[in-house]
Design a protein around this ligand. Structure first.
Ligand code: ADP
Ligand code: MG
Length: 474
């Protein structure tokens, strides 16, 4: 899987020059983040971390990931409409995991009241690593699917240009011309625009629901700009604003400050720390409304690790996607081993196996955003402590994917340039829109490659571990 720049990796002067060009190109292209010190001001910004060189990605696996994305869109959408499936699958989890339980309660309350929403918009990102088999052949294995606040579709739309420049500086123009165009922010915006249009009120706005701390605002602005270009008005609000100024009318139309909201695009609300009592009330208000939520709470629940584990059980995919044998086969081919820790013999057995051989597994709680999973010795200790307690059912076990590392330089503001052994994770963005029972849009909207040094087991770009990258197909 080697990329054709092994020859320059140790050429220090060339690398130094390329790195300084790369940083300026990133700033020029808008691969930006606010700083840790001033996360809510744009007076001082810096480049988002990225690799100096594009990373090699096997083209067959890249194509496979694109080819299965529409199937995953259908699957997530089907799960979100299947009350019994979510109820059964999450039954053991919500007994011990308060966050999932609270989301689930809102889901049930909204269903009992009757759904006011009739247009549905899904934006997800399915993440993969390239597992290196015993014979060295890589295969595509899904890490997870993110059904809420999947990020970096904006910034990644601008990284290929930076890497193209770097390759040219290093005398590799031919390779530079092979980098693929990629614009998820446009695809995401097309989905939002379609949902806005179907909602059917010219004067209504799109509301980005954003966090209190907004370091990654430029990523969101890329999507926002695409909407303004289509003359769709965008407002940015926090849960706190919704609590203070949001209201529903008799037809459950959502208003913010007197403005009708057609679409609520969540870039917030996926971790427990996003919520206090007021924020939970704001979330409930939004979910009860007619506005198109991206995602609605059922779709957020469809992205839990517990649901992912249940999908790998024999027969589950067939039940969720009846009559779609080919889609089921494409989806299943991407699954790594996933194991339930529910109380009972099967759970006891896999817990014992993982305690005896922790390096084979990852222990995952029902959390998003990176930095929550447990590996190796820590996995063993935690699992040993909870092996006989129902607390273990708040986790799932997954086979650890072992990709082949490659050398690259990770560029981070205020960090010295040094070569690292790295592994990459490929994400494909999916977008779909459903009106009532009819799918009116179902697309793969682009990709994201993130790369990290192998010493970090966990964590994404926002968590400060991975950096943005561009695939170079081999
Ligand atoms: P989160 O929802 O917190 O992003 P993920 O399931 O995506 O959780 O895991 C976070 C990170 O941990 C991934 O980006 C990946 O680097 C690593 N990881 C997760 N699952 C596996 C696995 N099965 N094998 C190897 N690494 C994994
Ligand atoms: Mg993840």
């Amino acid at each position: 899987m080697a990329a054709p720049w092994e020859d320059v990796l140790r050429n220090e002067p060339a690398i130094q020059e390329a790195a300084s060009v790369a940083v300026d190109a990133a700033l020029l292209e808008g691969v930006l983040m606010r700083t840790e010190g001033e996360p809510n001001a744009s007076d001082v910004v810096n480049y988002a971390p990225f690799t100096l060189l594009p990373s090699a990605v096997p083209s067959a696996l890249f194509e496979q990931a694109y080819a299965v994305q529409q199937d995953f869109n259908l699957l997530v959408d089907a799960i979100s409409q299947n009350k019994e499936f979510l109820e059964c699958t999450l039954a053991s989890t919500i007994k011990v995991d308060d966050f999932t339980a609270r989301l689930f309660r809102i889901h049930m309350q909204v269903l009992e009241e009757g759904l006011a929403q009739s247009v549905f918009l899904g934006i997800n990102r399915s993440d993969y690593m390239f597992d290196c088999g015993v014979d060295g052949t890589p295969s595509l294995k899904q890490i997870e699917i993110n059904t809420i606040a999947a990020s970096f579709g904006g910034l990644t739309s601008r990284t290929a240009a930076v890497h193209g420049r770097v390759l040219k500086v290093l005398g590799k123009s031919k390779e530079a011309s092979r980098l693929l165009p990629n614009n998820p922010s446009k695809g995401l915006a097309l989905g939002i625009a379609k949902a806005w249009e179907l909602y059917g009120s010219q004067s209504a706005v799109v509301m980005f629901l954003v966090e209190e701390v907004q370091r990654n605002i430029f990523d969101q602005r890329c999507v926002e700009n695409e909407l303004w270009n289509r003359n769709i008005r965008v407002i940015r609000k926090r849960f706190r604003d919704v609590f203070e100024k949001g209201s529903l009318d008799d037809a459950k139309r959502l208003y913010m400050d007197g403005q009708e909201v057609a679409v609520v695009y969540y870039r917030e609300g996926y971790v427990p720390t996003n919520y206090n009592q007021q924020n939970w009330e704001a979330r409930l208000l939004l979910e009860r409304s007619r506005a198109v939520k991206c995602p609605d709470i059922a779709t957020q629940l469809a992205g839990t690790k517990k649901v992912q584990q249940e999908l790998s059980q024999p027969g589950t995919l067939e039940r969720l996607l009846p009559g779609r044998a080919e889609a089921v086969a494409r989806i299943r081919a991407t699954f790594a081993g996933l194991y339930s820790l529910d109380m009972g013999e099967e759970g006891d057995k896999i817990a014992a196996t993982a305690i005896a051989d922790p390096d084979r597994f990852v222990l995952k709680p029902q959390r998003e955003g990176g930095g929550n999973n447990l590996y190796g010795e820590e996995l063993r200790q935690v699992l040993e402590k909870i092996r006989d307690s129902p607390e273990r059912t708040s986790y799932i076990l997954m086979d650890k994917i072992k990709p082949q590392p490659a050398m690259n330089y990770l560029l981070r503001a205020h960090s010295p340039l040094q070569v690292s052994e790295c592994i990459s994770e490929l994400g494909i963005f999916g977008v779909y829109v459903r009106q009532g029972k009819e799918m009116v849009m179902n697309k793969a909207a682009g990709h994201l490659l993130r790369t990290k040094a192998i010493e970090h087991a966990d964590g994404g770009v926002a968590a400060g571990v991975a950096v943005l990258d561009t695939p170079y197909l081999v």
